[in-house]
Each structure stands twice: as structure tokens, then as C-alpha cells.
Design a protein around this ligand. Structure first.
Ligand code: CP
Ligand code: NVA
Length: 309
């Protein structure tokens, strides 16, 4: 069966753990190598990844390209607008054509349903590079970053402060698999999507949702936030007003476990969702987090090709 990497909840605990462990192992194994050098085993030699972007990207685009090169493979990249997809060719026909030309496809799409439709029609593995609903590759890099600085995430508490958006959703999907506690604080009207609210309700208290950012951050091991205006959001003024009180600042970080770290998927808006003093301060791991997109995605690619997990 073709392995699609669409959402973290679709992997079982052992599979997700295997992906994270592989990310740690591959990062350690290539320490000191130039970024363009292939890993010693080059496990994806002869394989090609297509990447389709319906939305802007810096990290996802460059990290998947670098990841495939390090694994010995190659990439073909296009914006959706430059493809016939941008002129109305169907998702299904596009998926069937690309399945004959490349070994795997990564898509960043506006609509999660489009990625699901693509995967349903594709005989090549499909990887979700962000949709309106989730960002699974990002959360793998986040968890890898946390673990390399603070050890196994199991039993730790992560606080998500701000918009209950696509990035928040993938934390919700990962928590039950990797056994960390997740405390979400977001304003009314900016809650996670209904399916994820149900996951929170089913989590028996492992995941909580509230309106008080201080309660969420108190004693946490990690604080995470994201932009208040995601790609595709059109209600900027309302968002800035509602999310303003949810800024991550030094006073909030002072409530956490003294060892707590700060994460942000980037791009960031300093002094909006997080103060410059926090994101550029000693508790912030954002540059390791950005780098780890490469290492985590190498593990995702190996999983999608059935080589691990
Ligand atoms: N964090 C992230 O996915 O960044 P890009 O939008 O630059 O890919
Ligand atoms: N929530 C953001 C993440 C960007 C990487 C967005 O969807 O725009």
C-alpha cells in the first residue's frame, strides 16, 4: 500500500517514534559534512521528489530540496500556478500523471481536501507540506529540536499560545502518539477545527484548551506560538485585535519551568505574537528548529518510501 504522509494522527506511536529517531540519527551521522554532501548510504539514489506549491514557502521548499540531495535523490519544483493545475486541470489527473514521472510528491496546498484528493489518486507517496488544516512536517522538526535540547518529549508539557491554527493542529495530532501533554490557550473564535476539538475532548485531559495564556504556560517545558495571520487569512484586523492579549513575552516565559524553551515555526512577526526579547533570547531554539526541517523530512521521506517504520 502506498504510504502517504498527510497527518501525524495517521501514524501509530511506533511509526512516529521511528521517524523521530531516524531524524536524530541522520543529523548526528552527517555532523561536519558540507550541507551539499550526500549521506554515506545515499538511500534515495535514483529517486525523484516533485514539489508543488500553492502558497509561499522558504523553509519547506529549501529543506525538502536539501533533504533529497543529502539522501542521494533529486527534486522537481513548481508552483501550482505554473502548472495546468493553475488553469483548472483536475487534482486527480495531475496526481495520475505525476505518479508516472516521479517517485514521490510533496504538496503545499490551500485546501487539505485537495491534498487528500491528490493522495487518493496517486500511486506515488504524497507528503503534506502544509495545508489550511495541518503542518505535520513542522511538528516533527519541533519535537526533534525539543528532544535534542531537553530529552524525550514523553511526559513533558508543551504550551501552545495564540491561534488554534494548522500548526497547532499537528501538535494535537502528535500528543497522544508521543505521550506529551499539550495545553492550548487561544481566544474565543480562534479554536482548533471541530475534528481537532473532538480529539481534545477524547484525550482524557492530556490535551487542554482554555482562554488563559498564563494557566497554559505555568510550569510548561516548552512554549510555542505562530503568526496571528496565516496564509489565506483575510481578516487581519480582527485577528490582531483578538490575538493581541496572547502575545508571548518575558512575563509569560517567567511562569514556565525555568528550563523551558521557546519554539516558532517561522516566519515570525516580532512584537506581535512574540516579543523580540523572547524569540531572540536565550530560551529560543528557532534556528535549530528551522535547520531540523531538513533532518526530520529526510526521515519522513524514508518512511514514505517504506525504508523505516
Ligand atoms: N515554517 C514553514 O513551513 O516555513 P515556510 O512557510 O517558509 O516553508
Ligand atoms: N500558520 C502559518 C504557518 C506558516 C509556516 C500559515 O499557515 O501561514
Amino acid at each position: 500500500m502506498t504510504r502517504h504522509f498527510l497527518d501525524l494522527w495517521q501514524l501509530d506511536a511506533a511509526g512516529l517514534r521511528a521517524v523521530l529517531d531516524e531524524a536524530h540519527r541522520r543529523k548526528a551521522a552527517r555532523k561536519g559534512l558540507p550541507k551539499g554532501a550526500a549521506d554515506a548510504d545515499a538511500p534515495l539514489a535514483g529517486r525523484t521528489l516533485a514539489m508543488i506549491f500553492q502558497k509561499n514557502s522558504t523553509r519547506t521548499r529549501f529543506s525538502f530540496d536539501a533533504a533529497m540531495r543529502q539522501l542521494g535523490g533529486s527534486v522537481i519544483i513548481s508552483t501550482a500556478a505554473d502548472m495546468q493545475l493553475g488553469r483548472g486541470e483536475s487534482i486527480e489527473d495531475t496526481a495520475k500523471v505525476l505518479s508516472r514521472m516521479v517517485d514521490a510528491v510533496m504538496i503545499r496546498a490551500n485546501s487539505h481536501a485537495d491534498v487528500e484528493a491528490f493522495a487518493a489518486a496517486s500511486t506515488a507517496p504524497v507528503i503534506n507540506g502544509l495545508t489550511d488544516r495541518s503542518h505535520p512536517c513542522q511538528i516533527l522538526a519541533d519535537l526533534q529540536t525539543f528532544e535534542e535540547h531537553r530529552g524525550d518529549v514523553a511526559g513533558k508539557t508543551i504550551a501552545w499560545i495564540g491561534d488554534g491554527n494548522n500548526v497547532c493542529a499537528s501538535f494535537i495530532h502528535a500528543a497522544p502518539r508521543l505521550d506529551f501533554k499539550l495545553r492550548i490557550a487561544c481566544p474565543e473564535g480562534y479554536d482548533p477545527a471541530p475534528a481537532d476539538l473532538q480529539r481534545i475532548a477524547d484525550s482524557q485531559g492530556q490535551i487542554t484548551l482554555g482562554r488563559d495564556k498564563r494557566a497554559a504556560a505555568a510550569g510548561a517545558d516548552c512554549v510555542v506560538t505562530d503568526t496571528w495571520v496565516s496564509m489565506g487569512d483575510t481578516d487581519k484586523d480582527a485577528r490582531m485585535a483578538a490575538l493581541g492579549p496572547f502575545q508571548v513575552d518575558d512575563a509569560l516565559m517567567d511562569l514556565t519551568n525555568p528550563d523551558a524553551v521557546f519554539l516558532h515555526c517561522l516566519p515570525a512577526h516580532r512584537d506581535e505574537e512574540v516579543t523580540a526579547s523572547v524569540i531572540d533570547g536565550p530560551r529560543s531554539l528557532i534556528w535549530d528548529e528551522a535547520e531540523n526541517r531538513i533532518h526530520a523530512q529526510k526521515a519522513v521521506l524514508l518512511w514514505a518510501f517504506g525504508l523505516i517504520g
